[in-house]
Design a protein around this ligand. Structure first.
Ligand code: ATP
Length: 552
């Protein structure tokens, strides 16, 4: 005997097969007198087989249902002497029948699994709940069943019994029995019993479908719960729950940037924010996300320069429990947290090469695996990346993958440095004054004229961040309604680039000067990072890039 599903599960015929070798209930039309010659022993054996099957299917785990239906079909074929038996499912009102398993005697082909053959009259009748008893094919077919008649002639199918199976009022499946090259009769009491068996199968299948759906729904709830917990803890740690600033500007160049952001926001395009440190790339990422259709989901941020490669992989992609020593619990990564929302990859130019390939895969296919995991996770994330490095040059130098660069560079937006949007200096200064006035309780009415002029003249290597820091320091020192901003502690304007210096030379010299003034103290109040208006991690990665170290 051959079968079509689960070739490994052996066909059993342990139900007592009639010793006479005459299959009970099976009647050759040419010998109709045999119909009544069914011994009591055979009937009992068959009833026992039905009882066994009902008991087996009552508590079957979902994943075993189809294999057990197939094994049961094999027992029925064997016991009752059919040539072939198949079981199919109508998944819903509109989908075609799907053959789930089929077994056949040696020499007879099983019904191919998957979508059923195009037999419109046959499947139409079954779907409408009609029992098909066709002892003599093709003679028993109605005239409109032309395709079925042709099929019968070509395949040698001579007799068929097909029973529609209802669960909860809907026809959800079909069990079919066939004989080839000879006709068969299908006595009423056999049909009644086979219908009961078919319904046992259909009930088990429907239950397994419900259980699988329930398990999937529960897994989804667990996933969402984990994500929500992780999101909450991320937002608590990062203090990112603040609403995005809606930016304004007096500068035509910066207004053009804002226009570009407004245009890109409603699309799903990856946006690459370029510009010197402190120009407002992160603030702009907030604005972009807030203007996008993803605003109801979080904007998750990762600074690629802040963590070593090993940690950043876990941070981005999460890890499975036991991924490495100390990984006690499963942890979703930032990509999962950002599912449905946006991910801001700050300092993307610092991403280690080995992780660039993994990032490229998420950008291309939306999939990745957690560290220590094999399950592929699919996410829908809009990426916003930022860098103050020249990525094209990094590609040439071999430090950045070219394919990733092109993926990121879909919609590049370059933020002008503050010295090229001086129109914004007074206005921004007042924004910060108002902010610190409120928090410090120090009302300020004027900015000293020479201070404002100095602010306008200054070169602003640390851009808006540096302006903010200077105003904060001035506010702390303020004693009256007039604010005096001391630019002496800011880097001197002599660091302004000259025609002969490149920007990189100038940057290096400027950072070196501040490092020396601060005795190479990077962090804390008055440290080099604060003086330069940089995040300490940014300064460290900048120093690495420029080859600046105390010894060197
Ligand atoms: N247009 C703006 N209005 C108000 N504040 C701003 C504006 N632009 C930048 N800032 C402030 O300047 C500081 C630096 O901004 P941000 O972190 O966005 O810069 P960045 O370009 O991402 O810097 P880095 O490259 O160092 O990460 C922040 O405190 C931010 O609030």
């Amino acid at each position: 005997m051959t079968k079509n599903a689960n070739p490994g599960s052996g066909i059993t015929s342990d139900a007592a097969r009639p010793a006479s070798g005459v299959p009970p209930f099976m009647v050759d039309r040419r010998r109709p007198s045999n119909a009544t010659e069914v011994s009591l022993a055979e009937r009992l054996a068959f009833e026992r087989l039905l009882g066994d099957l009902s008991a087996l299917f009552a508590n079957l785990p979902p994943e075993r249902v189809i294999a057990e239906i197939e094994a049961a079909l094999a027992r029925l074929v064997d016991f009752l002497g059919f040539d072939r038996s198949s079981f199919g499912e109508f998944r819903d009102e509109d989908s075609p029948i799907e053959v789930l398993c089929s077994v056949a005697r040696n020499g007879i082909e099983t019904t191919p699994l998957g979508v059923g053959l195009p037999l419109p009259w046959y499947f139409g009748a079954l779907r409408s709940g009609q029992l098909l008893v066709l002892p003599d094919l093709p003679a028993d077919l109605p005239p409109e069943a032309e395709i079925e008649a042709e099929f019968s002639r070509q395949s040698g199918l001579r007799s068929n019994l097909s029973i529609p199976l209802r669960v909860g009022g809907r026809v959800m499946g079909v069990i079919a029995f066939s004989a080839f090259h000879r006709t068969r009769a299908w006595p009423e009491d056999l049909i009644v019993r086979l219908k009961i068996v078919g319904e046992v199968f259909a009930q088990a299948l429907a239950r397994s479908r419900r259980e699988t759906e329930l398990a999937a729904a529960l897994a989804e709830i667990t996933r969402l719960k984990e994500r929500l917990e992780a999101e909450n803890s991320y937002l608590r740690q990062s203090g990112c729950a603040r609403p995005a600033q809606m930016l304004a500007s007096r500068s035509p160049r910066f207004n053009q940037v804002l226009d570009e952001i407004a245009q890109a926001a409603p699309t799903n395009a990856t946006v690459l924010l370029l510009g010197e440190t402190g120009t407002g790339k992160e603030v702009l990422a907030d604005t972009l996300h807030a203007l996008s259709q993803r605003r109801e989901r979080p904007l998750i941020k990762v600074n690629c320069a802040a963590l070593p490669a090993s940690l950043i992989e876990t941070e981005l992609f999460g890890r499975e429990k036991g991924a490495y020593t100390g990984a006690l619990a499963r942890q979703p990564g930032r990509f999962e947290l950002a599912d449905g929302g946006s991910l801001f990859l700050d300092e993307v130019g610092e991403l280690p090469l080995e992780l660039q390939a993994k990032l490229l895969r998420v950008l291309q296919d939306g999939v990745f695996e957690r560290v220590g995991g094999t399950r592929t996770i699919r996410v829908d994330v809009r990426l916003i990346a930022a860098t103050n490095r020249n990525l094209a040059r990094a590609v040439q130098a071999g430090g950045f993958r070219e394919d990733l660069f092109y993926r990121l560079n879909v919609f590049p937006v370059t933020l002008p440095p503050l010295r090229e949007r001086r129109e914004d200096i007074p206005w921004l200064a007042w924004e910060f004054i108002k902010h610190f006035s409120d928090s410090m309780g120090k009302p300020i009415e004027h900015v000293a004229e020479d201070s404002m002029q100095a602010l306008l003249d200054y070169h602003w290597p640390g851009n808006v961040r540096e302006l903010r820091n200077l105003i904060e320091r001035a506010m702390i020192l303020a004693r009256g309604p007039t604010l005096h901003v001391a630019l002496e502690c800011a880097p001197a304007t002599t660091t302004r680039p000259t025609a002969t210096d490149t920007l990189a030379d100038n940057e290096r010299a400027h950072i070196l000067q501040i490092l020396e003034q601060t005795h190479w103290r990077i962090r804390g109040a008055g440290g080099a990072a604060e003086r330069l208006g940089l995040k300490p991690t940014t300064l460290e990665s900048r120093m690495k890039r420029l080859g600046l170290s105390r010894s060197g």
